[in-house]
Design a protein around this ligand. Structure first.
Ligand SMILES: Nc1ncnc2c1ncn2[C@@H]1O[C@H](COP(=O)(O)OP(=O)(O)OP(=O)(O)O)[C@@H](O)[C@H]1O
Ligand SMILES: [Mg+2]
Length: 372
């Protein structure tokens, strides 16, 4: 998979699939099944809205992109606070129909907070959100959006097929259980008890459930967390085959490799702000470079910054950390021109790249420091 659009094509080949109207009705009482189904447990499920194709933008100047079609997602200056915690600090984001977008960021960056807002599970403290030009809950109730969440209580004693059939009964109309199980690659384990399924199989089951309303937009919040390599591969294979039919996909992940392999657009979020938005290749270049660490009492940061290849310098007590695109040159300088010892050179991880992108040195963040 190269960065020249191969991923996008791979996801998008084939015509957009025909849409079948889906009607919702109230869930059976006491059926607290799934969390996939944090969505299914929402009061709006009682709505009798007809499943709709994404609406045409109706009036000039309204939320639209795309030849008169509304954006799949549009966030404008969205902020979210939990007490004193500022989880989101002004998120502007547009996702156009058909995109496969990875939302990449370290723990606590704000990925789930953003996704919850897009799904109508929480509301922004300020700013605006629209999904297919409407309120998130309305879009969910129309079957335009569904989600595979990070965790969620599947009932262990049901089989895979029983679970899908029960959930499908929450909807007046949905895709057939057999079809979504096939798409999610779980037909062969249909009669297996959920409690016996691996983590990866359970995630594919959540995926099958999310497909029941045949959504235009599928949102996945770290769907492969905790899975082994094989589980991840199987999971993404199923998503990939489904996405080829034209579904818009947004997924949150910690893993750059996952974003690289499965998304054609990567949005980096750190400390509640979007710090970069581009192709996986562009994002990978952010994490390029290495960090040279050494013990150097009395280090002069100004002199170190002047060393060719030194991108940024941190001095912590007797330790210096130099982020560099030319670590060899920095190491040579430290060893030959200074009294530095205990040298270590490490690859710069994404986490460090995020910090480098957003830190202005006093703990505050400053997205404008990012220059792609
Ligand atoms: N209900 C809540 N109450 C208080 N703080 C919260 C709540 N939900 C999220 N936060 C805080 O908001 C920030 C963003 O959290 P969020 O869950 O959106 O991050 P994330 O990017 O999804 O992280 P992870 O990769 O660990 O899932 C964190 O500092 C988190 O502790
Ligand atoms: Mg999260």
């Amino acid at each position: 998979m190269d960065g020249s659009g191969g991923v996008a094509e791979w996801f998008r080949q084939g015509p957009a699939k025909p849409r079948t109207p889906v009607r919702f009705r109230s869930p059976p009482p006491g059926l607290d099944l799934l969390s996939a189904l944090r969505l299914a447990s929402m009061p709006m499920l009682g709505s009798t809205d007809q499943k709709a194709s994404p609406p045409e933008a109706s009036s000039a100047g309204s939320k639209r992109s795309h030849g008169g079609m509304p954006f799949a997602i549009e966030l404008k200056a969205v902020s979210k606070s939990f007490g004193t915690v500022q989880a989101l600090r002004g998120i502007d984001l547009v996702v156009t129909p058909g995109e496969v977008m990875a939302f990449l960021g370290p723990n606590g960056a704000g990925k789930t907070s953003t996704i919850d807002i897009v799904l109508g599970l929480s509301h922004p403290s300020s700013g605006e959100v629209s999904v297919y030009g409407m309120e998130p809950r309305q879009a969910v109730s129309k079957g335009l959006v569904s989600a595979v969440m990070q965790t969620g209580g599947l009932l262990k004693d049901l089989t895979v097929a029983e679970t899908v059939r029960y959930i499908s009964k929450l909807f007046g109309q949905s895709r057939p259980a057999a079809e979504v199980m096939e798409r999610a690659g779980i037909t062969e384990i249909a009669e297996r008890r959920v409690g016996k399924c691996s983590g990866g199989e359970q995630q594919r089951l959540r995926f099958a459930i999310a497909l029941l309303p045949d959504p235009e937009l599928l949102i996945l919040d770290e769907p492969t967390q905790g899975m082994d390599v094989e589980g991840r591969r199987e999971f993404w294979k199923a998503i990939r085959q489904d996405a080829a039919k034209g579904r818009t996909i947004v997924f949150a992940t910690h893993y750059l490799e996952e974003a690289d392999a499965y998304a054609d657009r990567v949005v980096l979020i750190a400390r509640g702000r979007i710090v970069a938005d581009g192709t996986a290749v562009e994002v990978k270049s952010l994490a390029a470079g290495r960090t040279v660490r050494a013990t150097l009492p009395g280090a002069d940061p100004v002199a170190l910054r002047a060393v060719p290849g030194a991108d940024s310098v941190e001095v912590r007590g007797d330790t210096v950390l130099i982020h560099s695109s030319d670590a060899d040159n920095v190491a040579r300088f430290l060893l030959n021109q200074t009294a530095a010892y205990d040298l270590e050179i490490t690859a710069r991880g994404l986490e460090e790249a995020f910090v480098a992108l957003t830190s202005d040195g006093d703990g505050e963040t400053s997205p404008k420091e990012f220059v792609p």
